[in-house]
Write a protein that binds this ligand. Structure first.
Ligand SMILES: O=C(O)CCC(=O)C(=O)O
Ligand SMILES: [Fe+2]
Length: 325
């Protein structure tokens, strides 16, 4: 009758088709040589298994981080005063193709620029008070309200009114309009300077508007200011966008940072601009500058979107009280 050892050897032989190298002398009867070519099967201790699992988990976390996470960079910090901070990005081909029709208006390079030196605190305050006064008459039911001095559009509940027609006494003074005009001119000059274009080829365009953003729930699509968008796609006539911030991130409101989404593929990379009273941010309006505004979590955020076009047929004039009578 075959011993247990012989039975095992026969089984292995059947399994691997190779005769195990065993000495069948009497002394080896009870202590057979290992039947495995490379020695005995390794035994994993509990500690080794745990360390392997930790390693695998680490690799998975690393892969997840680089595919799902977003790398955040601050382009303009609230507490830093920038004389000017610029960054060039490659122009989107569609943007470039379109703007090439406008001689003297083609940017030397596409990109973005932030400065705290062209709008004074006093100018920002005058415009902030104007925005607060205007919006006190109306305002959206949701988190985003706008006021357009050019068309008279003012958010009201879930829609808009024309405040030049609906509000008895105008809350806009000649001083407000003078400041608005000076600020618009200075921003236009800064855009021309940074992008190397002819200031006279650049024209104010529609819509140019004040915004008030809060943490209120959205009640319609106009309230959803936090979606990534390209200005050229949203507002066709835009070639250059500028934003003037009228109050402060971190004190007047929380959240509400402006975010350039630089890389839509993984890993996403974001560059943020933290609003500061009097800070102006300007950028080419093509798909090289997709962006969104982070949701405001507390307080009220005031800004003006001042837009420029190279297309003279799309130009609008500075607002004037005479036109509204
Ligand atoms: O208020 C901002 O910071 C950005 C607004 C914006 O993206 C827009 O008006 O298109
Ligand atoms: Fe935008």
């Amino acid at each position: 009758m075959a011993s247990d050892d012989t039975k095992q050897i026969k089984y292995r032989r059947k399994q691997f088709g190779k005769k195990p190298d065993i000495k069948e002398d009497a002394s080896s009867k009870n202590t057979p040589t290992s039947p495995y070519k490379y020695g005995p099967m390794p035994k994993f201790s509990g500690q080794r298994i745990i360390s392997r699992l930790v390693m695998i988990a680490g690799v998975l976390v690393y892969v997840w981080y680089f595919t799902k996470s977003t790398q955040e960079k601050v382009f303009a910090k609230h507490d830093t005063i920038y004389h000017g901070r610029g960054q060039h990005v490659e122009c989107d081909p569609d943007y470039l193709k379109e703007i090439q029709h406008y001689t003297g208006c083609v940017p030397k390079k596409c990109g973005r620029f932030v400065t705290d030196r062209i709008v004074t605190d006093h100018e920002a305050d005058v415009l902030l008070w104007l925005a607060k006064r205007g919006m006190s008459y109306a305002g959206s039911n949701g988190g985003a309200s706008i006021m357009d001095l050019h068309s008279g559009a003012l958010s009201y509940k879930d829609s808009f009114i024309n405040f030049y027609k609906s509000i008895e006494t105008t809350f806009v003074t000649p001083t407000d309009l003078k400041i608005y005009h000076i600020v618009r001119q200075n921003i236009q000059a800064a855009i021309a300077d940074f992008f190397g274009i002819n200031i006279n080829k650049l024209h104010l365009t529609h819509p140019t508007f004040f915004s008030r953003l809060t943490s209120k729930e959205a009640t319609n699509i106009h309230d959803e200011y936090w979606h990534v968008h390209v200005d050229k796609h949203t507002y066709e006539s835009f070639h250059y966008t500028s934003l003037l911030y009228l109050n402060d991130y971190g004190t007047d409101f929380q959240g509400g940072r402006f975010i350039f989404q630089d890389n839509l593929q993984s890993p996403k990379t974001n560059s943020s601009v933290e609003p500061r009273k009097g800070r102006v941010s300007m950028f080419t309006s093509g798909a090289e500058n997709p962006h969104f505004v982070e949701r405001v979590t507390e307080g009220e955020r005031f800004a003006i979107t001042i837009s420029f076009t190279c297309d003279e047929t799309k130009k609008i004039s500075d607002p004037s009280l005479d036109d509204k009578k």
